[in-house]
Design a protein around this ligand. Structure first.
Ligand code: AOF
Ligand code: ZN
Length: 373
């Protein structure tokens, strides 16, 4: 195993490339690969690639294609262990071997049981110098959706909230347009683009009548799957979500045994109904709901409201990240809260998060939190 002083630098480059695939590659992980030749003048990048939309080609294939003959004797930096299984094409470990790569630096092992260390082992057996665990924590964070899919059969859940400084999302009259500003909204759309699906509760879908598409210049085609948690099929057939179900996929999570005529009406509009078993209190069991979403290939879900959906996910400890957009405005205690009642008696029992980053978005702040371990 060799270590070079610039290993971290090129792995960060591979991670930045990988990030471009987020929201595009599910159920596959988003991987980046950088191929570097060491010459007398120092290291030189000869090929770069990342997992393509739909999950194929893999990052290594893309980078090798660009490097061509320059891959011989080079080092490949990969943000995830190269695969060892035969999928739609041959294993990436073999492609790296055949291209004559001399060294592979990997960030983290692939948790897919079909790979799980076999990719690295295969490379080592072929005499390739393998270095593991370079920027492992960053690589895990980047593909947390894929890791959770493998370990818990559920997607990563990011909760997005846009509120006043005092955590209110609307006035007592229900007026909410617009609490946060233009820059926050643009960033919100970027969040949509990096998730595979956006989920809202039925109350939000009814009151706001949102489109839930991604409207950023140039990112229009990245619109994720729209999911409505609607146990009792209350969503109007005339809502924008239903009317546009043929343009972007619409999945409705609902309790089984709903009115069959109403179910068919939704299906005729192009919506996909997903039955979710009830949990305590007859409401949909959210872990089961996420399991269903995961089984359909979604690895990253952005939850955009409302207060009750956020609370039920929070109560079941299913929120992995929070992106909290806060305007410097006060609405007061008569406004609507961002999160409905959690029934917490002691602060010790409150869901708690770790602050990762704070950004300014025009007059607002965006705080990114991750669940505390
Ligand atoms: C890599 N490079 O860029 C990605 C990998 O269905 P397939 O054949 O595309 O294989 C999917 C699996 O490949 C996926 O579950 C994960 O283990 C791995 N993803 N591997 O070498 C890549 N995206
Ligand atoms: Zn591969």
């Amino acid at each position: 195993m060799t270590v070079r002083p610039y290993d971290t630098r090129f792995m960060k480059m591979a991670l930045a490339l990988a990030e471009r695939g987020l929201g595009q590659v599910a159920p596959n992980p988003a991987v980046g690969c950088v191929i570097v030749q060491e010459g007398p003048d120092g290291p030189r990048v000869v090929g770069r690639g990342f997992t393509q939309a739909g999950g194929r080609p893999h990052a290594e294939t893309e980078a090798l294609k660009r490097a061509g003959d320059l891959a011989r004797g080079a080092t490949a930096y990969v943000s995830l262990e190269p695969c060892s299984h035969h999928g739609k094409t041959g294993p990436c470990a073999d492609a790296l071997m055949e291209a004559g790569v001399a060294r592979v630096v990997g960030a983290i092992a692939d948790p897919n049981p079909e790979v799980a260390g076999r990719g690295f082992a295969r490379l080592q057996a072929a005499g390739i110098d393998v270095t593991e665990n370079v920027c492992a924590a960053d690589a895990q964070f980047l593909n947390q959706g894929f890791f959770l899919t493998m370990s818990e059969r559920r997607p990563l859940v990011t909760l997005k909230i846009a509120s006043s400084l005092d955590g209110r999302t609307a006035t007592h009259e229900g007026q909410s347009k617009w609490i946060t500003g233009e820059a926050s909204r643009a960033r919100g759309h970027l969040l949509r683009a990096t998730h595979d699906a956006i989920m809202v509760g039925s109350a939000t879908a009814i009151v706001d009548d949102p489109e839930l598409t991604c409207r950023l210049p140039g990112l229009g085609e990245r619109s994720p799957i729209r999911i409505v948690a609607d146990g009792r099929l209350r969503l109007p057939l005339t809502s924008k979500l239903v009317r546009e179900a043929h343009k972007a996929p619409l999945w409705i999570l609902t309790l089984p045994n709903g009115d069959s005529a109403r179910r068919s009406a939704f299906e005729e509009c192009g919506a996909v109904l997903i039955d979710v078993e009830p949990g305590d209190g007859g409401l949909m069991d959210m872990r089961a709901a996420l399991g269903q979403i995961s089984a359909r290939g979604v690895t990253r879900v952005l939850v955009e409201g409302g207060a009750r959906l956020a609370a039920s996910l929070m109560r079941d400890r299913l929120v992995d990240r929070i992106e909290w957009f806060q305007a410097a405005k006060l609405i007061g205690g008569d406004g609507y809260p961002a999160i409905a009642g959690l029934g917490i008696k002691h602060v010790d029992g409150a869901p708690s998060f770790v602050l990762r980053e704070v950004l300014r978005a025009g007059p607002d702040t965006v705080s990114s939190y991750v669940r505390s371990a």
